[in-house]
Design a protein around this ligand. Structure first.
Ligand code: MN
Ligand code: MN
Length: 465
């Protein structure tokens, strides 16, 4: 009888398990190998531009070529479409025509950071500094006193574009924002975390040596400009047409005695971008075409030419469909999309913000989110029950570990992803991603098991029939 009750429980209850209780040695090895590749990708791609360059280089080796209108779209053709160097789309043409639908993954490759202002460089108190303007949602107090690297490009009037990366090589200098010493923080310590470090205090120290044998003003600033000119051929005015940002100079590395976590800057959302992109590199010809979009500007609303709201997506899809004399609108209507973006992992130090029964847990695998949004699901696309059931089937058939989650307690806050912009295009869309601890902090944590399961989920999704 007791045994029967046990069976009854097994049959009726939904009892998710820690992923480590169900994976075997081959999975563990594959997970380690995948994590190594992912960490290399993270270190090579700290900005959206670098992520575009890095994925194109990997894709070319796997046989992808740049798409141009008028090319053919036959089963097995592999193309990429570079949207202004800041967003990228990939397609592997499947056996079925586009009109029958595609399997789309959409992730973002921009991350919160500190952009330089148009007029960044100044001298004060005999130090040279850069003024910054933060990009995306950050807790400003987290950014002073961590080593920062300068990444980006300077576009000059003559049409040339100068790439800059300073602070990643072990021999490179890094940059740093100062914070007040605790001894003199009487006033500061009484402020809230939101006000403790004002945005205008995120000033980055870049130099302190005055120009030699000079009686003029701003000797330190001019000294810094001289170095920049010698190294990169740029002048102060060139900052006006630059996209330079400061990101944490730390490398991705294993975290924990058991090395089960990965600490890095920018897991959100390169952890899903890489998981969505990597399966394309060793894919057979799929039944339905695989489309992968790595978008920019998600952290500030997916606006602009390189964001997910941009019609660059329609342009690419329309051209592809035209190559098969098909309708792109019909293609959208029959397609399904995984909006691959991170969610919050349950943090035992801050349990009060989560509904334990409905929060993603580290090491429980890919987290599906039926809806995101804030308050009464505002801003969510809310995937249909039928779509969720279909994805359950795809994942369970391949024994991929996954969990269902929502981001924190009701009315505690909330967030959005690109899902709504895909769904607005008449594409059935479901959010799915890796749980993260300390999301948007200079150093975020994810679990290797969840990363690997997300990769396998995206792979299975592309193959789904
Ligand atoms: Mn994200
Ligand atoms: Mn984010």
């Amino acid at each position: 009888m007791a045994e029967n009750k046990e069976e009854l429980r097994k049959a009726l209850l939904y009892q998710p398990k820690n992923g480590y209780d169900s994976i075997g040695q081959p999975d563990r090895e594959a997970m380690e190998s995948y994590s190594r590749d992912y960490k290399c990708f993270l270190d090579a791609a700290k900005t959206e531009r670098e992520a575009v360059e890095e994925t194109i280089a990997l894709a070319k080796k796997a046989g992808f070529v740049a798409w141009e209108a008028g090319m053919t779209a036959k089963p097995g053709d592999r193309y990429y479409y570079n949207n202004r160097g800041k967003a990228i789309l990939f397609v592997t043409v499947g056996k079925q025509p586009f009109e029958m639908g595609t399997r789309i993954t959409a992730a973002h490759i921009d991350s919160p950071r500190l952009d330089l202002k148009p007029n960044p460089l100044y001298e004060d108190g005999e130090l040279a500094l850069f003024k910054t303007h933060y990009y995306g949602g950050i807790k400003k107090y987290q950014w002073p006193t961590v080593p920062l690297a300068l990444h980006g490009v300077v576009a000059k009037k003559d049409g040339s574009v100068v790439p800059i990366v300073i602070g990643e090589d072990a021999e490179d200098p890094v940059f740093c924002i100062s914070d007040l010493l605790v001894h003199l923080s009487g006033d500061q310590m009484r402020k809230t975390l939101a006000d403790g470090i004002p945005g205008e205090n995120l000033n980055v120290i870049v130099g302190s040596v005055p120009l030699a044998e000079d009686e003029g003003s701003d000797r330190i600033k001019v000294g810094v400009l001289q170095l920049l000119y010698q190294q990169y051929g740029i002048t102060e005015e060139d900052f006006l047409s630059a996209e330079l940002c400061l990101v944490p100079a730390m490398k991705a590395r294993d975290v924990g005695l058991d090395r089960s976590l990965i600490g890095a800057y920018g897991h959100d959302d390169r952890v899903c971008a890489y998981a969505a992109f990597a399966p394309l590199l060793k894919q057979e010809i799929p039944e339905y075409s695989s489309v992968c979009i790595l978008a920019d500007k998600e952290e500030i609303g997916s606006e602009g030419v390189s964001g997910m709201q941009s019609h660059a997506f329609e342009t690419f899809m329309e051209e592809l469909c035209q190559a098969q004399s098909g309708s792109w609108r019909r293609c959208f209507a029959n397609s399904i999309c995984m909006s691959a973006d991170v969610t919050n992992g349950f943090d035992p130090t801050y349990p009060e913000v989560s509904d334990k029964r409905n929060n993603a847990r580290m090491n429980y695998g890919l987290a599906l989110c039926k809806y995101t949004g804030a308050r009464g699901k505002a801003g969510a696309s809310d995937a249909s029950a039928e779509l969720v059931a279909g994805v359950r089937r795809i994942l369970d058939d391949k024994k991929i570990l996954w969990q269902m989650a929502e981001l924190g307690k009701v009315d505690q806050g909330g967030g959005g992803t690109v899902a709504v912009y895909m769904a607005n295009r008449n594409i059935d869309t479901l959010d799915a991603g890796v749980p993260v601890l300390s999301m948007h902090a200079p150093y975020e944590l994810v679990s290797k098991l969840d990363c690997y399961m997300t990769y396998r989920a995206m792979e299975a999704f592309y193959q789904a029939e």
